[in-house]
Structures are given as structure tokens and as C-alpha cells.
Design a protein around this ligand. Sequence first.
Ligand SMILES: *Cc1c(COP(=O)(O)O)cnc(C)c1O
Length: 396
Amino acid sequence: MAFVSKRVQGLPPYLFSVIDEKKKRLHEKGMDIIDLGIGAPDLPTPDFIVERLTKELANPLNFKYSGYAGCQEFREAVALFYKNHYQVDLDPDTEILTLIGSKEGIAHIVPAMIDPGDVVLIPDPGYPVYHTAAYLSGGECVDLPLIPDQNYRPDYSKVSNQHKKQAKLMFLNYPGNPTAATVEINVLEEAVHFAKEHKIGIVHDSAYNLVTFDGYKAPSILQVPGAKEVAVEFGSLSKSFNMTGWRIGYVVGNRDIIRALSIVKSNTDTSQFLPIQKAAAEALKSDYTTVEQNNRIYHERREKVVEALRNIGIQVEKPRGSFFIWAPVPKGYSSQEFAEKVLEETGVIITPGNAFGRSGEGYFRIALTVPSARLTEAVERMKTLKLEVKANVSDS
Ligand SMILES: *Cc1c(COP(=O)(O)O)cnc(C)c1O
């Protein structure tokens, strides 16, 4: 392929392509498709945030470049959020950086922290972008297995001594995508301990930090004493304030990592449009009632879907965080087979778990991010699924 790097050519094939092809075919046949695959909020950005944006758009001073690190008001709002929610003190000048969405941060933090050939530990199953980012920076991707029976906490004993020695960076993500796993602070303490022992930098992705239910409050890794010596944490307004398209997030924590990332970024972008940063600051300085309203809606949807799945014999726990349901596929099906069956028989798209790594095989993911009426319709259709009991392939 002319003009295309071996790196890009070597990217894994698009796992959703089979489903996509089917979706197109069924849609052409006139089938009404409900997509529970896409994990992006369907709810609108709260009005007060849009109002602040509109106000800032009227000020021509906001049309200039932002400072590289992002504007002061946004970084101070992040510091205030950490102080109020986690009792963590942060210096807005050295420990906080504005990101153009946390995905941007994930892509750029890898070359800031590793050299080609260095090992990157990646949760399996996990958000696929960690793997791609590490791979594109020449890192050696090594699976960090998670333990399904223990809320998907990392199993460090499965990482070889050689890989522990070579690892420079470890990704973690709680509440987790795709697993919806939540943890108590002890799991993050253990991570910091492991990272210090083996001199590994931690990047904790807390994209779903505020999407929680049943009174659960997701901890920040920076609440672990001494965490700043080894860890940074990503946050995003995409999920908590329904701002996916705005592209705004932040990274906080270890100064050396933040400085290294700011060097990569200052040669790549010049931060986010100032009105967006200021509107996002408004969100972080708010009383978080809109976040609670969102969570009530996701909670209601969660109840509905969990009930429907249990009705057809799929045993699934109610997650305390994220807007995903992660469930085992019925016996005898692979993830891909089950996703295709659900789509063909009901017109509902679910994501096969193997899209999120080796250990995702045997599971599927449902996103609770479609309007409630559509979700009800999807659930009603799924209740009609006929699950044949097939011989379990993996038993043979
Ligand atoms: C959605 C998501 C992101 C991306 O968030 P942006 O800030 O919109 O880039 C990052 N990590 C995880 C785990 C996500 O699910």
C-alpha cells in the first residue's frame, strides 16, 4: 500500500465489520435497527453549559490561541473539583493539563512516557484505544489480565517478571469500559504499590468517575497516599456532562509525566478553543445536579435491561458505575455468533466482547445510551430471543 506506514497497515482488522455489514443488509430489508453498541450519551449537554459557551462566543478575545496548558479558569475548576470531591490538592500550574478529550491524552501520553520497545501493560478486557496508542508509539503491548470474579481487578501475578521489569506504563480504568467494573480504594492502593515496586507509571482513565449508582462513589487514584509519585489520572466531560462532541477533558497528577505530555502536546496542538474550556469550567464548578439527573436515567435503564436479560436466562450483576452492561453470552455461542444472532432475530446491535481483547470472548456489552422508549423496545424484542442449548465448544 503506497504512502501507508507498516504501523498503520499492521493495525488489527476492524472487528465490527461483520456486524456492520449485517446491519446494512438488514436495514436495506427494512428492519428497524436499535443500536446498543455505541457508548456515547444520547442526553443533551445541560443548558447552563451551553449558555456559558454562547456568552464566551460573543467575546473576540476568546478567538485567540489558548495557552498550551489550557486556560487558567478551566485548570482551577479541575483543582476545585478534586478538592471538593476527593479532598485531593492539585497545583493548577504543574499538576493539571487541559486535554482535547481524554482520547487525545491517551494517544499523546504514550510517546511522552515510553520509548519504542518498552512494555505497556494494558487491561484485558479494556478500552481498545490503549492498545492502539501503545502500538502506534512502538510500545510492546502486554495484557494485564483482570479477574472477572473479583470485580475485574488486575491480576499482577499473571505478568511475567521480565515484563514487570520492562514495563514503563500501565493503563487502568475504573469504573471500567467495557466491564462496568467498579473498585474500592484498596485496588488502586495495590496498583500504586505495584507501580512503585517496579518503577511503572500509571495512567488511570476515570472517564466514568461520576456515572455511578446505588450510593457508590468512585475513588480517585490520587486519593492513595503517594500516588502522585507514579500516577496520573484522566478525566473527561464527555460522559458526565454529555459533552462528547465538545472534546474537553483533563489530566492530573505526577508533574514529570504532565510536563512530558505538555511537551508532546505543545508540538501537536495548541489546546482547546477558549469558549469550550470556559463552558467546561462552568460545568466543573456546578452543583452536579445535572449529573445526578443523568444517573437517575441510566439507573432506570439499567434496571430495565438487567431484568430483561435475567428473564431470558442471562445472569448479570447490576453495575454500580458506567453506562454499560457487561454480560456473559449464553452457553454454546461465541461473542460474535451471539451478537450476530441478536441482530438478525431482533434488529438490536450489541457489541461482542472480543472487540475489547482476548478475555472479552464469551461476553457482550450493552450501552444504556439510547432514549428510554427505544431501550424498552429493544428489551421487549430481546425477551423473544430463542436460545437453543448448544454443545459448548470450549468444553470439547
Ligand atoms: C469514552 C471514553 C473515553 C474518551 O473520552 P473523550 O474525553 O471523549 O475522549 C476515554 N476512555 C474511556 C474508557 C471511554 O469510554
